[in-house]
Design a protein around this ligand. Structure first.
Ligand code: M6R
Length: 614
């Protein structure tokens, strides 16, 4: 949450910073700000409530010169989203400006101590406390900025990625991280920093991912200097990022979310590339080959994740139990991290995270590691904190997901979990050979079936428009499609602000049925399987209460067509792969309802793409 970007070089910093903020806006968008050091050593700070465009409008008649600067787009944690609380924050002396992503947990104690020493505060943020502390140490102890930063960070508890400008040192930016991501971009006589590589890749593909408790000093005339809090030199390899601009731009779509929905067939091909070989009748995940002894015979598997990734985990549980006969538990990372789990070195923990930066998932990993479990990560963001914290893992390779509502990452996660279940099941001898062969070839065929489904976009848009009146939605599914119902409901509430709940269809009569009336549409995933008749009865019960039903059905299912008010047909596939198809119309339904209601689908209120705080 919060995006930070910095530039030091020969270009005008402002356009680089604004463009960078726009690429990071998915991380937070309640206020934005920029600090620039001019050639005359003037430190100009401009801030605005709202989005980066509001900052641009505000700064349009201001001095935006300078070849060094830092900028921030905020997702409020401490202090309401207003201009005073927007970053950058300045120290009282006016010489330091800082941007921060994270939370300083002991800020109130530090603030009290500083107030007692006469320091005055202008905002109610934790960030201002840190920059005031750094400046206080710098001036009272008469030390250089790096020493002051090291000293201040030693007294701070919390999570942070920070970058600091010093008016008295115009050729330098100092940045540091702990539990919040920070990437340094290395160009030709220029440096960049970013919360991720997206603001950097337009200029250079050479990056360094900082580790926890790393500090970097970027100086115009020197190589970057990396040290820890004790000032011990830290070595870092420069990594080449494999990201291109087209991947992080809208490519003609009105919203990232729609682009990402339509990208799914290609994304899943990328996800399966080199891993599925239908001719050889094989699924290969290098993580399994390399870690056979840990993965082949665990006592059980615990999946930890949040939000959409947790829904993918619920599908993963069914797949792994089905193909591998290993007991699987699925835990919210936020609950798991504060529990006292009975877990040891015979257990495998699978951590699922699109961003690879979710604070709760990261903490759950650390807890499981401390108890000896072997950790397998399923991430999208390459080089992310979670990817680096796990013992092994498989990337989903679906490219950057910018829309706050997760779409292609969900289907990518489910695809990796399917491959994992198949590969592990084969190694363990728990999957029937014929079924293995059938599922592999059906999985390989999913991208082309998705294309057929996506062709129904206009029809789904028309259906969606009918349902914008609703204040509540119910989503029902069974078996493999129960998590799809949960995910469909989450998508709708995230971006349209319509309350929605997902339930296993048979649970309806144990409570939710009381809510059903003509005002409450019900989305039912009612594909043909052994429970089809039971779901059919649920639909009849719903219709008897005059609610409208949108049914996701198997192609040609005339029975449900006659009952439901609207139907969306899925092409035929294996039952265990249906979530990959059924989730597509639900993503589209949420998207088009939100659009019809005039909502900002890519940046819904109060949400952020990367939840790096608890
Ligand atoms: O990056 P992660 O997968 O760890 O994120 C987890 C959740 O924050 C995320 O899935 C969230 O629920 C999405 N906004 C869902 O669309």
């Amino acid at each position: 949450m919060c995006g930070i970007v910095g530039y030091l070089g020969k270009r005008n910093a402002y356009p680089v910073l604004i463009k960078g903020l726009k690429r990071l806006e998915y991380r937070g968008y309640d206020s934005a700000g920029v600090a620039l050091l001019t050639d005359e050593h003037k430190l100009n700070v401009y801030k605005a409530k709202g989005k980066v465009a509001d900052l641009e409008a505000y700064a349009s008649d201001k001095d935006i010169s300078g070849t060094v600067g830092i900028a921030h787009t905020r997702w409020a944690t401490h202090g309401e989203p207003n201009t005073a609380n927007a970053h950058p924050h300045m120290s009282s002396s006016g010489s330091l400006a800082m941007i921060h992503n994270g939370i300083i947990e002991n800020y109130s104690v530090l603030k009290k101590q500083l107030i007692e020493k006469g320091v005055e505060f202008k905002s109610s943020t934790d960030t201002e406390v840190l920059i005031q502390l750094i400046d206080y140490i710098k001036t009272t102890s008469k030390v250089d900025l790096l020493t002051a930063v090291r000293s201040a960070l030693r007294s701070v508890i919390g999570a942070y990625a920070i970058a600091i400008l010093d008016k008295d040192n115009p050729d330098e930016i100092i940045a540091a991280r702990k539990s919040s991501p920070l990437v340094v971009g290395i160009g030709e006589e220029e440096f960049f920093i970013g919360s991720d590589a997206s603001p950097i890749i337009e200029y250079t593909n050479k990056v360094v991912y900082l580790d926890d408790e790393d500090i970097v000093v970027l100086n115009r005339n020197k190589e970057p200097q990396y040290v820890d809090f004790d000032n011990t030199k830290v070595d870092h390899d420069v990594t080449e990022v494999d990201l291109n601009l087209a991947q992080i731009e809208k490519g003609g779509y009105p919203h990232f979310m729609l682009k990402e929905i339509y990208e799914q067939p290609d994304c899943l091909k990328d996800c399966m590339r080199g891993r599925i070989n239908v001719e050889a009748n094989n699924v290969t995940l290098s993580a399994i080959i390399d870690n056979r002894k840990h993965l082949i015979n665990p006592r059980r598997i615990i999946i930890v994740a949040c939000g959409t990734s947790w829904h993918a985990g619920l599908i993963g549980k069914q797949l792994i139990e089905d193909f591998c006969q290993i007991p699987v538990e699925v835990e919210y990372a936020s609950e798991f991290r504060y529990s006292n789990p009975v877990i040891n070195n015979q257990d495998v923990v699978i951590a699922i995270s699109q961003s690879g930066e979710t604070a709760d998932t990261l903490a759950a990993i650390e807890l499981a590691k401390s108890k000896g479990a072997f950790i397998y990560g399923i991430c999208n963001a390459i080089g992310s904190s979670i990817a680096r914290a796990t013992h092994t893992g498989s990337y989903i390779h679906v490219g950057p997901e910018i829309g706050v509502a997760s779409t292609k990452a969900f289907t990518g996660q489910v695809t990796v979990l399917t491959m994992l279940a198949l590969a592990l099941g084969k190694e363990r001898g728990t999957v029937d050979q014929q079924r293995y062969t059938t599922v592999i070839s059906a999985l390989e065929n999913i991208p082309s079936l998705m294309l057929q489904l996506l062709e129904q976009g206009d029809m789904i848009r028309d259906i969606s428009r009918v349902f914008t009146y609703a204040h509540n939605f119910l989503y029902l599914g069974r078996g493999y499609n129960y998590p799809v119902a949960l995910e469909g409901a989450l998508k709708l509430k995230e971006i349209s602000y319509i309350h929605a709940e997902g339930y296993p269809a048979a649970e309806m009569k144990h409570g939710p049925i009381a809510l059903i009336d003509e005002e409450m549409p019900v989305v039912v995933i009612a594909t043909q399987n052994e429970l089809h008749d039971k779901v059919l009865s649920n639909i009849q019960e719903i219709k008897a209460r005059h609610a409208r039903v949108i049914a996701i059905i198997s192609k040609g299912d005339e029975t449900v067509k006659k009952l439901a008010d609207a139907t969306i047909e899925l092409p035929e596939t294996e039952k265990c792969l249906e979530p990959l198809l059924a989730s597509i119309p639900l993503q589209m339904l949420a998207y088009y309802v939100a659009i019809a209601k005039g909502k900002d689908v890519d940046q819904p209120r109060n949400l952020a793409k990367s939840v790096t705080v608890e």
